[in-house]
Design a protein around this ligand. Structure first.
Ligand SMILES: O=c1ccn([C@@H]2O[C@H](COP(=O)(O)O)[C@@H](O)[C@H]2O)c(=O)[nH]1
Length: 449
C-alpha cells in the first residue's frame, strides 16, 4: 500500500539507498545534472524523511543552503516548521524520492510558501506515473524526474529481472489506477481577487488584484490611439472605470516625456496601473536595452510589460535582472487572440513552465483559456473582447465578456476599439466595466451555467 492509499503490485523502497554510498553518490550526481547544474535556486529542501539525506548531499554538491521542513512544529523553542536561514522571496528546489499522488510534495510546498519562500519546482528520483505530476502541475509545482515507472519496468524486463508478463501487468495496473487529487486543487477561477492578492508573489500582481477589488473593475483599456493628447483626454474621462491601461507607446506620433509625466499623474489620480504591450521577443541582451534605453525608457514608467517566451528563458532572465521586481512585472504571452496564430499547445505549456522559474517577475499570462494555468497568484489577461462575438478584417477574434470570464477564465479583460472607437467612450467604458464585473461576481459565487 502506498502513502496515498493506493494498493499496488509494485513498490519501490528507496529508504534503503542510504546504506549504499555509491548509489547515494550516483543519484546525487544525476539529480544535480537534472535540476541544479543550469538552474539557480537559493535553497534545497528535502521532503521528510527519505529525501533528507539526498537533499543534504545535493546541497553540499551544489554549494546551496539546505532548509529542513519539520513534520510537526516543535512544542517548545522556536516552533518553526522550516529550519535554516532564509528570507522571504528566496527560491527553493524541493527534493523527493518517489511521487505517487504528489501530496507529500504539496505539504512541503505549503509550509515553504507560508514562510514566503518561492517553491514551484521539484526534482524526484521516481515518478510512478499515477497522476502525481498532473496534480502537482495543477497546483503550480513542476517536477523533473530521473526515472518514470515505465522506464524502470523496461529496464527490469530487458535485463530479465522480471518477466515480460509481470511488466505488462504492472503497466496495465498503472493505466487503471491513478491517484485521486489527494489535496484539493485550489481553483483560481472561484477565488476572489482579494484572496488571490495574498497568493501573488510579484508585488505588481498583488497591487492589480487589490485595485480590481477596490474599484470593482476588471477592465483593462487598450488606448490604441496615435495622439498623446487624445489618449490623455480619453483617460480623463474613463480612468475611474479601469484597473489597467494598456499602451503601445511606439504608435504615438507626438510622444514626449511630458506625456509620460501626465500619464503617471492620471494613473495616480484614478488608481490604475500601466501596461506597455511591448511584446518583447528578442535575445535577452537586446531586450534589456529595449526595456531600459532608447526614446521610450519603458522601464521608468510602465508598471508592467508583455513579453513573448519564444526566444527561451534568457528573455525572462534579462527582464528579471533589469527590472526592479518590487515595482515592475511581466505578462507572458502564452496564447494569442488572432485567427491562425502559430502558437501550439506545447508552446503554451512550455511558456507556463518557464514562468514558474521567475515567479517574482511574473504577473501572469496573456492567454485565452482557463486551463492554460491554475496558479491562483498569477493573472489571466485576455484580449479580443467586445460585447458581441465578431472578427475584424485583419484576423482579430472577439469573444463576449460572458464567454471570456465565465467559460475561459479571464481575470482582467482587455478592450480596445470596443471603447476607444465608440461614439461615447465614457458610456461604453461604464457598460464594459459593469458587464465584466457582473460576470466575475457570478463566477466567484459558483453560479456558472
Ligand atoms: O493576443 C493578443 C495580444 C494582444 N492584443 C492587443 O490587445 C488589444 C486589442 O485591441 P482591440 O481593439 O480590442 O482589438 C490590441 O492592442 C492588441 O495589440 C490582442 O488583441 N491579442
Amino acid at each position: 500500500m502506498t502513502k496515498s492509499g493506493i494498493k499496488s503490485p509494485v513498490y519501490f523502497d528507496l529508504r534503503v539507498i542510504v546504506s549504499y554510498p555509491e548509489v547515494m553518490e550516483l543519484i546525487t550526481d544525476l539529480l544535480y545534472d537534472l535540476a541544479l547544474k543550469d538552474d539557480q535556486y537559493d535553497h534545497v529542501c528535502g521532503v521528510p524523511y527519505t529525501a533528507l539525506p539526498i537533499a543534504t548531499l545535493l546541497g553540499v554538491k551544489a554549494r546551496k543552503s539546505m532548509l529542513m521542513r519539520r513534520k510537526e512544529a516543535k512544542a517548545y523553542g522556536t516552533k518553526k516548521m522550516i529550519e535554516g536561514h532564509f528570507k522571504k522571496g528566496d527560491s527553493c528546489l524541493i527534493i523527493e524520492d518517489v511521487v505517487t499522488s504528489g501530496s507529500s510534495i504539496l505539504e512541503t510546498v505549503s509550509d515553504l510558501k507560508r514562510e514566503g519562500l518561492v517553491a514551484n519546482q521539484a526534482v524526484i528520483i521516481l515518478d510512478r506515473e499515477q497522476n502525481g505530476k498532473q496534480n502537482l502541475a495543477a497546483n503550480g509545482v513542476y517536477i523533473k524526474s530521473l526515472f518514470t515507472m515505465s522506464e524502470i519496468l523496461k529496464i527490469l524486463v530487458d535485463n530479465e529481472k522480471i518477466t515480460k508478463q509481470m511488466g505488462i501487468d504492472v503497466i496495465n495496473y498503472l493505466n487503471d489506477v491513478k491517484a485521486p487529487a489527494s489535496v484539493p486543487v485550489v481553483d483560481r477561477i472561484i477565488l476572489p481577487y482579494e484572496e488571490r492578492a495574498k497568493l501573488a508573489v510579484n508585488p505588481v500582481a498583488k497591487q492589480l488584484f487589490s485595485i480590481m477589488a477596490t474599484k470593482k473593475s476588471n477592465l483593462c483599456l487598450s488606448v490604441d490611439l496615435t495622439s498623446a493628447v487624445d489618449i490623455l483626454d480619453l483617460l480623463e474621462k474613463v480612468g475611474e472605470h479601469v484597473c489597467l491601461v494598456k499602451t503601445h507607446i511606439d504608435i504615438i506620433e507626438d510622444f514626449s516625456d511630458n506625456f509620460v509625466t501626465q500619464l503617471k499623474q492620471l494613473a495616480q489620480r484614478y488608481n490604475f496601473l500601466i501596461l506597455e504591450d511591448r511584446k518583447f521577443a528578442d535575445i535577452g541582451h537586446t531586450v534589456s536595452l529595449q526595456y531600459s534605453k532608447g526614446v521610450y525608457k519603458i522601464g521608468e514608467w510602465a508598471d508592467c510589460v508583455t513579453s513573448h517566451s519564444l526566444p527561451g528563458d534568457g528573455i525572462l532572465k534579462a527582464l528579471n535582472n533589469v527590472m526592479d521586481c518590487a515595482n515592475r512585472g511581466v505578462f507572458l504571452l502564452a496564447e494569442m487572440s488572432s485567427a491562425g496564430n502559430l502558437i501550439s499547445s506545447d508552446y503554451t505549456e512550455a511558456t507556463v513552465k518557464m514562468a514558474a522559474k521567475y515567479p517574482e517577475a511574473i504577473l501572469g499570462f496573456v492567454c485565452q483559456n482557463k486551463k492554460t494555468f491554475n496558479e491562483p497568484g498569477f493573472i489571466q489577461l485576455t484580449p479580443g473582447v467586445q460585447l458581441e462575438s465578431s472578427k475584424d478584417e485583419l484576423g482579430q477574434v472577439y469573444n463576449t465578456p460572458e464567454k471570456v470570464i465565465l467559460e475561459n477564465g479571464a481575470d482582467v479583460v482587455v478592450v480596445g476599439r470596443g471603447i476607444v472607437a465608440a461614439k461615447s467612450p465614457e458610456t461604453q467604458a461604464v457598460i464594459y466595466k459593469d458587464t465584466l464585473w457582473k460576470c466575475y461576481m457570478k463566477r466567484i459565487s459558483g453560479k456558472l451555467e
